[in-house]
Structure formats: structure tokens, C-alpha cells
Design a protein around this ligand. Structure first.
Ligand SMILES: Cc1cc2nc3c(=O)[nH]c(=O)nc-3n(C[C@H](O)[C@H](O)[C@H](O)COP(=O)(O)OP(=O)(O)OC[C@H]3O[C@@H](n4cnc5c(N)ncnc54)[C@H](O)[C@@H]3O)c2cc1C
Length: 200
């Protein structure tokens, strides 16, 4: 589901009816927090204005078409969907009110209003950080820093520009290093073939 919905006011709630982190930190961070919750799951909760935003994203539309979206007319119905105590959930939503000291540092500009919408989520791997060291022409480097003559790596196989922790993830870098690195690796390989043929 598009993370924009969380950034713009949606929240993640665990099966006890509580928020458990600052959702604006990003989706890499969120995956770690969600997996630490009971059952390793959470509910992405939002309301009508955010539903309109979500429907601008094809992946959300696919999830909705697959039946992932639940509509809840009240806090009690949302609690029933999540499987938590209504009073706990009500307390969680009340704590979002502007002016309430935020336990996790996130300040909300508005409160979610019924009807509520909820999607059950868990953490999953969708990119990797780290990988084989490469030279600028995408030849793989040995431990001593010298390049293999004809071994290349790009994309998920190669170390990218993201850092080595969840906070080090830079959005969009998976495709950047796959497409740009793949192009450079192919160009290097073509030059290698050309020079090999020329010297044969
Ligand atoms: C849901 C999701 C959303 C994402 N959103 C973004 C985004 O918005 N922006 C972004 O930059 N990145 C995004 N990514 C990450 C991005 O898709 C990856 O970083 C990128 O595709 C990596 O490219 P790659 O070519 O290295 O590897 P892959 O795309 O994984 O390609 C590897 C290919 O090798 C094939 N393969 C594997 N083993 C073998 C084998 N033994 N023999 C033959 N073929 C094999 C696989 O089938 C696959 O086709 C997203 C990923 C996911 C899952």
C-alpha cells in the first residue's frame, strides 16, 4: 500500500489497538516495527480523504480489488475488525488530537474521522541494501580492491548507495542502481568483448 497514506495522516495500529511507532519515519523502518508486534502484523488505518489519495496508486487499487480493504463505520466496528478492545482503540485515536503530547514524536494536523478504512499488513523484503563491491565500471572488486576482469554486478546483487540500516534506505535507489548499473555493466562488457576480438 502506498506509504503516502501513512505520511499524510494514516496510522498503523497493532492487534491490541495501539500505535507503536512514528509512521513518518518511512516504510523500511515500519517493517521492523510491524514485525515486532503481536503476530507480526498491523492495520493501516485511514479515513475518506486518505482513501481518495490511496486510490491514486495502482498497487493500492490492486490490493482493494483483491479484497484487502475493510470499511468500518465506527470505532467499535474498527475495533471489531482489528480484534481489540474498543476503549483502547478509542484512546489511541483520541491521543492523535492536536495538542496531545505525542508519545512517539509524531504530531497530527487532524484526527481521523469515521468511516474508517483498514488494511492488514506485515513486513516483507522488497529490496536489499549492501551487496558485492564494484568499481565505477561495475566490475566486481576482490577483497584487496582489485577488479575481476569479467565479473559484473548491478542492482540488487551490488552494493548500492543506501546505508547499512533501515534508516539508510533511500527511496528509488533499487531501480536506479539496477537500470543505471546494468547499463554501465553492459557497456563495460561490450568494450571488453570488443578489445578481446581486436587483440585476437
Ligand atoms: C513491491 C515492490 C515495490 C518496489 N518499489 C520500488 C520503487 O518504487 N522504486 C525503486 O527504485 N525500487 C523499488 N523496488 C525495488 C526494485 O524493484 C529492485 O531494487 C529492483 O527490481 C532490483 O533489480 P534487479 O534487476 O537487481 O533484481 P530483480 O528485479 O529482482 O531481477 C532479478 C531477476 O533475476 C531472475 N532470476 C533470479 N534467479 C535466477 C536464476 N537462477 N536464473 C535466471 N534468472 C534468475 C528473477 O526472476 C528476476 O527476474 C520495489 C520492489 C518491490 C518488491
Amino acid at each position: 500500500m502506498s506509504w503516502a497514506v501513512m505520511m499524510e495522516g494514516g496510522v498503523q495500529i497493532n492487534c491490541e489497538g495501539r500505535r507503536f511507532h512514528d509512521e513518518t519515519q518511512g516504510y523500511s523502518e515500519a517493517a521492523v516495527h510491524v514485525l515486532a508486534q503481536p503476530g507480526g502484523i498491523a492495520w493501516n488505518v485511514f479515513d475518506t480523504p486518505l482513501l481518495a489519495l490511496a486510490r491514486g496508486f495502482p498497487d493500492f487499487c490492486d490490493a482493494e480489488a483483491a479484497g484487502a480493504l475493510r470499511r468500518c463505520e465506527s470505532v467499535a466496528a474498527l475495533a471489531d475488525c482489528i480484534g481489540c478492545e474498543p476503549a483502547v482503540l478509542q484512546g489511541t485515536l483520541d491521543a492523535m488530537r492536536a495538542g496531545t503530547p505525542p508519545p512517539d514524536g509524531r504530531v497530527f494536523s487532524r484526527v481521523l474521522e469515521a468511516p474508517y478504512f483498514a488494511v492488514k499488513v506485515t513486513g516483507a523484503l522488497f529490496h536489499t541494501q549492501g551487496g558485492l563491491d564494484t568499481a565505477s565500471d561495475m566490475r566486481v572488486l576482490r577483497h584487496d580492491g582489485t577488479p575481476f576482469a569479467n565479473l559484473f554486478a548491478a542492482g540488487g546483487a551490488a552494493g548500492g548507495v543506501s546505508g547499512d540500516a533501515v534508516w539508510g534506505y533511500l527511496s528509488g535507489n533499487g531501480l536506479l542502481s539496477a537500470v543505471a548499473g546494468g547499463y554501465i555493466a553492459a557497456r563495460t562488457a561490450a568494450a571488453l568483448i570488443h578489445s578481446t576480438k581486436a587483440s585476437a
